[in-house]
Design a protein around this ligand. Sequence first.
Ligand code: NAD
Ligand code: MG
Length: 406
Amino acid sequence: MISDSDTRRVTVLGSTGSIGRSTVDLLLREPERFPVEALTAQSNVALLAEQARALDAKLAVIGDDSLLPELKARLAGSGVEAAAGAKAIVEAADRPADWVMAAIVGAAGLGPTLAAIRRGAVIALANKESLVCAGALVMREAALHGATLLPVDSEHNAIFQVFDFQAAGSVDRVILTASGGPFRTLSLGEMREVTPAQAIAHPVWSMGAKISVDSATLMNKGLELIEASFLFPVPEERLDVLIHPQSVVHSMVCYVDGSVLAQLGTPDMRTPIAVTLAWPRRMPTPAARLDLAAIAKLTFEVPDSARFPALNLARQALQTGGAAPTILNAANEVAVEAFLNGRIGFLDITRIVEQTLTRAPSGVSLNSLDAVREADNQARRYAAQLIDPAADDRVVQMQTRGRGRA
Ligand code: NAD
Ligand code: MG
């Protein structure tokens, strides 16, 4: 639980990533108010050490344990404790902090996020994949241990700010907005040829590589539909998606009386992060102020499911339930990585996800972390085989993977 005082002890999981760096930026502005317990990263040891020194963190953990000697060397004389490995990241999440930023990318974030949840902490949840692959488990554990989940994803953060939880029955529709990504106006033929560099060059948001590719396929919005279904008491058929290229209206909640409440702002993740950091109060951020007169025009359009089939795949997985969202997420992680490594084309990403969903058994309920991991690993194996049929037994373990970038 967050204490009454304005001071809160914080931990940042994935501090060297895009969300992690935005979080650290806010923490550095008010170091007395936000003492830092732990920072974790996968491989960017130089930035991790620099952040830990600047924030005077108690602990810094690097996922790749071959980098522990370098982390120790970089922290020498600072008084910051150093540790390494996937287990040490979970232990970092388990240390006493009032507020934990869950900003590891992918299902790899599930274990550490659950550890923080089981302590009853306030979780600023950026790691949408943990909700997609284990939504029922995450929500059950949060309720059981009195944890508070505050959504960081800009759409869900917007909905959180305008959703009347006392009158959920009065919500008619929830509309998630989507920028449409860099290929919004491309034909299927043009999309077939796009490169990873083009896919990660998002027109509006500056983000990590994986979510940028997800935005380009619209799988990001698909994952967000599933994320929303767990975070808000709204049935799937009341969740809509609208393309809004300016990314000013971050999402909307429509009520039965015809009122539509939206949250607006410039596309800067420091705003939603600050909402969770100061919650239930507000804090200033350096995000650019919204100048609607300068923007002049906001546009909206219906997503094109023929060019962007990922959205429907995710909706179907949500309707199917059981292990389907877990399979969708795992296959997507494997396919996005293969695309980023130049092993498959852009349109193959959604094809691999679709074929994995057909092959992997989804009619099981995932009540435990082990069950989630088994479904996740099996889907990863199927997806890897579809990408490279020769690699029969390549098991891509969700715990040991890392993109190695940040
Ligand atoms: P990123 O790739 O920039 O950073 C990921 C972080 O996770 C890094 O600190 C990295 O070291 C760490 N990491 C990677 N693999 C790991 C592993 N196997 N074990 C432990 N740590 C690992 O990603 P990002 O863009 O900051 O996104 C983080 C999460 O936030 C994702 O789930 C993404 O969907 C979500 N999100 C991001 C944005 C955004 O604007 N970037 C917006 C909404 C939601
Ligand atoms: Mg989002």
